[in-house]
Ligand binder design. Structure first.
Ligand code: ZN
Length: 435
């Protein structure tokens, strides 16, 4: 009798094992999700959150001679104070359409004066443009919006592949917009100055787009990418914007399907910080707004990187978006990253023929409706860079640890197979690739 019972137990075990083999993707009980999420939340607060407050030491103007080629945060901060004193810059208002144009042209004059004329050419254009397009299921029409467009190119190079660097100076009514996106505008001005005075020329011309109509459904970007004479030559872009003020900027979107952009970010950015969470939220459709990234991607078919400041998000689009929130160290952080990234991309071989570097690798052999994952070889400073794209063509790059499981849980549910993949991501050698 005892032997018979033991036999049954053995048989039960065998049948259980067979069932496991028949169904290798057996789901874990639902309540494991809580401990799973808790693990990543704990990691986020223990590792990622403290890094928000780590900022570099700023470079002052009197130190510039000892630190050649470095982004000078003090100069950018002086310009930012000027932007603060100008008040709100509303599309159609004299401050936006006249005062800001004069301010930017004055800065171009200064750059032109200090520029290495033996190495570089500087062209400045004030674009006035009208057009229409469909955005969020509404037809957007605009007339005579303005952009200040600047092209810096090396005399020794005849490359026709331009790198586009974009941010906007217009603001929401009632907001001075020092964070959104004045801080990015002054960052671009200082980056332009450093490049123009550098003794190391770059290969590909750089177009700086000081965009005068972003808050009105991204019209300035549309006017540039569809109608400006330099637009067809732009092969990749960096978009700089803000949904907060101060702190570290974050790379939250890239591609689509251009892994080389993330590789350059990883290699070049001095203080890298990246996540996919914002992209995930955008894709759910919860947020009915977007950045110029969408316009360049959808109307210009350009790959690019989207970087935003998101600290102190409560001041975004309010009267509290003022100078006091942005420290010199914060400007140094963004400036260091943008300057080194622009240098890297403007010298990259991929810029010549960007379409040759489109990456489409599927993690799953048997499914077309799941995210495509691919690995990026190693960590990028503060975050684990995990590059992945979607079959619908919207790619996004870079992930902090905590975002990966959340996004994956959202897409596929929590099951054993997912855990294996997450284990590979976090503790293994990265992602297995399948052609
Ligand atoms: Zn903005």
């Amino acid at each position: 009798m005892l032997n018979f019972k033991r036999k049954l137990t053995i048989m039960d075990n065998i049948s259980f094992d067979l069932a496991e083999k028949d169904n290798p993707r057996k789901k874990m009980p639902w309540y494991h999700a809580f401990s799973f999420l808790f693990l990543w939340a704990a990691l986020f607060f223990a590792v990622v959150f403290p890094l928000y407050n780590v900022l570099p030491i700023s470079v002052n103007i009197d130190e510039e001679i000892f630190k050649p080629g470095q982004f000078v945060a003090e100069r950018a901060q002086h310009l930012l104070l000027e932007l603060d004193r100008l008040g709100p810059k509303i599309i159609g208002d004299v401050v936006n359409e006249k005062t800001m144009i004069d301010f930017l042209l004055r800065e171009m004059d200064i750059v032109h004066r200090v520029m290495r004329h033996d190495l570089y050419d500087l062209e400045v254009d004030v674009q006035q443009v009208s057009g229409s397009y469909l955005h969020l299921e509404i037809v957007r029409m605009y007339q005579a919006v303005q952009n200040v467009v600047v092209k810096l190119s090396s005399k020794k190079s005849n490359s026709t592949s331009y790198l586009l660097v974009n941010s906007h100076y217009d603001t929401k009514p009632g907001s001075v917009g020092v964070g959104d996106a004045g801080s990015m505008v002054v960052t671009m001005l200082e980056v332009l100055r450093q490049l123009a005075t550098s003794s190391d020329p770059f290969e590909h011309p750089i177009v700086f787009l000081f965009n005068g109509a972003e808050e009105s459904s991204l019209q300035g970007a549309h006017g540039f990418i569809t109608q400006h004479r330099w637009s067809p030559s732009c092969k990749a872009f960096i978009n700089l914007d803000s949904v907060g003020s101060g702190g570290r900027e974050i790379l939250f979107r890239g591609g689509p399907n251009h892994r080389w952009l993330m590789s350059h970010y990883k290699a070049a950015a001095k203080h890298p910080f990246a996540t996919t969470m914002a992209e995930e939220i955008f894709q759910t459709g919860v947020i009915k707004s977007n950045t110029d990234f969408k316009i360049f991607r959808d109307f210009g078919r350009l790959p690019g990187l989207d970087m935003v400041i998101q600290y102190n998000g409560y001041v975004y689009h309010t009267k509290y978006d003022r100078f006091e929130f942005i420290t010199r160290e914060s400007l140094q952080n963004t400036g260091d990253n943008v300057l080194s990234l622009v240098k890297s991309l403007s010298n990259s071989k991929e810029m010549q023929f960007t379409q040759l570097f489109v990456l489409r690798i599927s993690y799953h052999r048997h499914s077309n409706d799941r995210p495509q994952w691919y690995r990026d070889e190693s960590g990028c400073g503060n975050c684990l860079p995990v590059c992945f794209g979607h079959d619908n063509g919207t790619g996004f790059l870079g992930a902090t640890h905590q975002c990966v499981p959340l996004s994956y849980y959202n897409n596929r549910g929590l099951d054993v197979h997912n855990l294996y993949i997450l284990h590979d991501i976090c503790f293994g050698d990265g992602f297995p690739l399948s052609p």
